[in-house]
Structure formats: C-alpha cells, structure tokens
Design a protein around this ligand. Sequence first.
Ligand SMILES: Cc1cc2nc3c(=O)[nH]c(=O)nc-3n(C[C@H](O)[C@H](O)[C@H](O)COP(=O)(O)OP(=O)(O)OC[C@H]3O[C@@H](n4cnc5c(N)ncnc54)[C@H](O)[C@@H]3O)c2cc1C
Length: 644
Amino acid sequence: MSLNAKIPQGPLAEKWSKHKFDLKLVNPANKRKYDIIVVGTGLAGASAAASLAELGYNVKAFCFQDSPRRAHSIAAQGGINAAKNYQNDGDSIYRLFYDTIKGGDYRAREGNVYRLAEVSVNIIDQCVAQGVPFAREYGGLLDNRSFGGAQVSRTFYARGQTGQQLLLGAYSALNRQIHHGKVKMYTRTEMLDVVVVDGEAKGIITRSLTSGQIDTHTGHAVLLCTGGYGNVFYLSTNAAGSNVTAAWRAHKRGAFFANPCYTQIHPTCIPVTGDHQSKLTLMSESLRNDGRVWAPKTVETAEKLRKNQLKASDIKEEDRDYFLERKYPSFGNLVPRDVASRNAKEMVDEKRGVGATGFAVFLDFSDAINRLGKDTVAAKYGNLFDMYYQITDEDPYTQPMRIYPAVHYTMGGLWVDYNLSTNVPGLYALGECNFSDHGANRLGASALMQGLSDGYFVIPYTLGDYLATIGPKPVDAKHPAFEKTKQDVIGYINKLLALKGTKTVNEYHRDLGHIMWEYCGMARTAEGLTKAKGLIAALRADFWKNAIVVGENEEVNASLERAGRVADFLELGELMVDDALMRNESCGGHFRLESQTPEGEALRDDEHFAFVGAWEFKGENLPEKLHKEDLEFEYVHLTQRNYK
Ligand SMILES: Cc1cc2nc3c(=O)[nH]c(=O)nc-3n(C[C@H](O)[C@H](O)[C@H](O)COP(=O)(O)OP(=O)(O)OC[C@H]3O[C@@H](n4cnc5c(N)ncnc54)[C@H](O)[C@@H]3O)c2cc1C
C-alpha cells in the first residue's frame, strides 16, 4: 500500500487556502444528520468536539477522567507559540515554519508545518475571545517569551499554567455545546476498540470505568484525540493515566503507526530520586529564558557537591561551566530540547553531574534575580518555583534548581495525511495522538499550538470533505462487525481477569520502563536495541503467565484498567525498538551513537532516511511491515542543524 499524504499542489503559502476551497462542504441542514465520535477531550479533543458541534454535527465525546478538565493538557506550563510578531523582533509565519522544520531535524512535512504556522495566529485570537487570561505587558498588549530553537519571542503564556487556562477555554466552548445538546459527554468511559465496517471506521467499543458496562457507539467518523504514549517509559512528565490504548487498538485494526521511536526527552525536569516514584515533574522550558544551565568544571568539585561538602553558591564563577552558552553562543540556554538534553547527559557521563545521585546539572537564577529583582522573577515563574520547593524542599530563589532530562512527549503516533485522516477512512487522529508536525524533535510551546490547530482550525474543514463523500445515511448498528468487536473486547477483558500470578502489573510497567530508558532512551545503539527487543519479548511473555489482576469487570477496577494499558505498552515498546533499530541515523530525539558528528551532534542520513516510517500491524506476534512516506523539501534546504 502506498501512503498518500494528500498534500495540496501549489505554492507553500497558498496550499491551505486552496485546499479549503477545494474541499467538499456539507450543507447546514445535512450536518445534523451526522454523528461524530470524539475520543479524548484534552486540548485537541475538546476544541474539535466544540467546533464540530458548533457547526451543527452531533458529537459524542469520551474521556476516561471524571471531567474533561482533568486531561493531561492541563499540566502544560510554559506557553503556546504563534507567529504574531507582536514583539517586532523579526518573526513571521515563514520563520515559525522554518524554525519548526529545522527544530524537527528535517523529518516533518513542509506542507503541514507551514499550515501549522499559518493557523497559529488564529489560535491566539480564538483563545483571547474565549477569555483565556494570557499574560500582558504593562501597556496591555499580550506578552511573549522565548522557547528553545527560536531567536524571537513568540510564546504566549499564562504564567506557568498555560495548558490549564487554554483547556478551561476549550472546556467552556465544549460545555456550551453540551448545554445545547449538540455534544453528549461520556466521562469515566474508556474506548477499548474501533469498529471497522468494510474498511471504514464506523464506531467504537467502550467500557464504563464505574460499572464495567461494555457499550457500542456508532458514528460516521471517529476522531482519536487521546494524547501521547510517553508513559511507555513508566517514568515521564506525563499524567500517570496517559496511555496508548486507543491508538494501539486502532493500530491493530489497520491504522499505521508512524515514527514510534521519536521520543522527546525534556532537559529540565526534577531528577529521579528512586524507584518509589510513579511520575516525574517538569520544570518548564520557559525557565531557560532566565535560568542559566551549568555544571562544575572539574570532576573533583562535582564530587564535593555530590557529597554535600560544598554548596552550589560556594562555586566561584570561574569554576562553573555554562556548557550550553559555551557550546552554542547564538542560542545559549535556549537550544532545542534534544540538544540541551544530550549535553546534560554528557556532563553526567563525564562525572560532572551534581545532586546525591550525580544525575543532575544546575539551572541557576541568581543572575536573573540580581538583574530583575526577586519580585519580577516570582511574577514570571512563581508557581514553578513553589512547585520545585514543595517537591525538593530546596529554595530555588537562594540556590540553583537541580534538573535532569526526562521523557516528556512523543512525536510518533498514528500516521495521518494532510486532512488528519489515518489510512483507515473515517478514522482521524488529532493532537499528540497523531505522528504530527514536529518531525524528530518538537520545539517547546508547539504541542498546544498543534493540538488546537488540529481541533479548532483543521478538522472542521477536512472532516466535512469525507462526510460529504459518504453521505448522511445512518450507520447500521446491526452490522455484525459491531457485535464481533464487542465480543473481542469482552474476551480480552476476561483474559486479563484470568491472570492470577504473583507479580503486579505496575512491576511489569516499571520493568518495561527500565528497558526502554536504558536502551531506547537518550542514546541508542544497534546492540542495545537488539538486546531490548529480546528483553521486552520475554517480559511480555512473562506478563501473560505471571501477572496478577484482581477484582472483577463489573466494578471500579484500577487493576484491570492498568493491565490493559500495560499490555498495550508492552507491544508498543517492541515496535518502538524495531523502529529505532531500523532508523540507522541520528535525528532529533532519536540519537544513534553510531551516527554522530565529530562534535557529538546528531548526524542524519538524508539519502537513506528522509522518510516517515509507518508501521502496519500484521497479526499477533508477527513482525510489522514498514511503509515509507518520502519527505520532499522544496523550500527548506536540508543542512546539518547548527545552533552555534
Ligand atoms: C508537564 C507538561 C508540560 C507541558 N507544557 C507544554 C507547554 O508549555 N507548551 C506546549 O505546547 N506543550 C506542552 N506540553 C505538551 C502538551 O501538554 C501535550 O502534548 C498536549 O496537551 C496533548 O494534548 P492532547 O489533547 O493531544 O492530549 P491529552 O491532553 O493527553 O488528552 C487526552 C484525552 O484523551 C482521553 N483518552 C485517552 N485514552 C482514552 C481512551 N482509551 N478512552 C477514552 N478517552 C481516552 C483522556 O481522557 C483525555 O481526555 C507539556 C506536557 C507536559 C507533560
């Protein structure tokens, strides 16, 4: 099967406008005859559900939390990009497009990324109209700050709570439609399968997380807005509940999974302290606007710091290595995440890491506090500083934060074309759930932009084209595919409930996380990945023999919920390793030790790997088939990324 990304012809800047005109429309009177299923009500899902309902479609929306307000999107701290050029510092749609393509190490589609940059300016207007309280300057204009991989200030923010405020905006829009009866909201309901009828998605199977009831829902189209899969690593900055189940089950029904190995490791997280942790905490990238990253110059000093014989404030200026500023003078502390993370790891590998474990470097605000005053720093980052203090019991106003990279975001996901359609007609993927516009490395503040672009501005157009093609005939709920899929789900639940071994599902998850981090984390080798493949396969086999799942289906059963999600992570983990092994180059967040420049930067192999790798499920325990979508660059010249 050949992958057709359906990128419109014509000049880059005109593709989206022309495409919107070429797309078929559904007339207003017919819209109410269509039912649309939206799984996930984070930023991508809530914005899509609200916009589609506003257009007149009947929407059924699902989330596993007790309220859309609890989606993982609420955790987003730092900000959202838009090419408004309010700062008059040289920004433009083209520059945001260029930065994003380059930031993604030339592994994203030009057409998609240009559209994202173009639409970014509308998102801010939309959110302001909803009442999102973006930070403002003294004169009342919206304020901006900088994020990694950019030399302009284009990041809009609401203190350290941007995701929360944006989600409240989208949630209000969603609630309005719930009130009007255009959206029916199903909370505490988990989608466990997609129903495919004659090759097209026509519904889903869900389990009520409170009663265990298994239900069938029909729809003319199914939109998956179910977030990313960073929790395959067990420890990540993602909400503990984030999982891959919806995307993975769709994958097993035919949707291709693209670039699964592209994981973003964020440089500024609070370091791991031990095996007791169930998640990690991010310190927003916005802090790198004013915080300076450093490690001691010598191993001896680092050792004293680790043993608490010295405090960071005891280290003289000349004994500190501000390694990002030294190596990348143009971008300094605001290099992209992949670059900053690898450099922090390098410090630790050289035994110059700090903190009790030695797995940390410093993020220091003393200069900023001296320059701007404590109050100004507190006004910008106060809630982040409080969070750091509460978790570490160390005061970041008086001593530097300790930070270390952690899994944060997944650039891989369900393959989608320009219309956000997977290769299964009628099945769409939005937000972090799709393989997205970020290539091999996402720039900061661009996930919120992409999720809202998908939901508010892209899907309302592209979905209509498909719906107009299939027509408003009701979906036949009696088609045998519905009952068959439902029985498959029930059978799988029973299989999980029959597990009466001795090892908890959580332990399997943690073991998987260790393997993924060790061999498919910040640095990867063919040897390590091959080993990981064997280890994961053995762990998976052991899971189905020795795991224990307690309780029953007909009740609130966290053990059962977790078991299904971990079983899916175990399968996904193997595919990530296959993908990482296949991609014998370094690019962005995927760093193969075998492929680096003499300075230790990621070395791409454009001749052999300038493609999207999309995997097709071929059956249980069978190797997946790789399909390649070649990436063509007409506007941006492929070069070695340089942030020096
Ligand atoms: C700590 C942190 C800070 C971040 N800060 C920023 C930032 O400053 N700027 C930025 O651009 N990005 C940031 N990101 C990334 C960004 O927050 C996410 O990529 C984005 O919010 C994902 O939105 P989403 O709508 O795709 O998914 P989510 O918000 O994860 O929503 C997923 C939804 O799907 C539902 N769901 C999932 N599976 C199922 C299922 N099987 N059945 C039913 N429902 C299901 C969930 O209930 C939920 O409603 C941050 C990420 C983290 C972890």
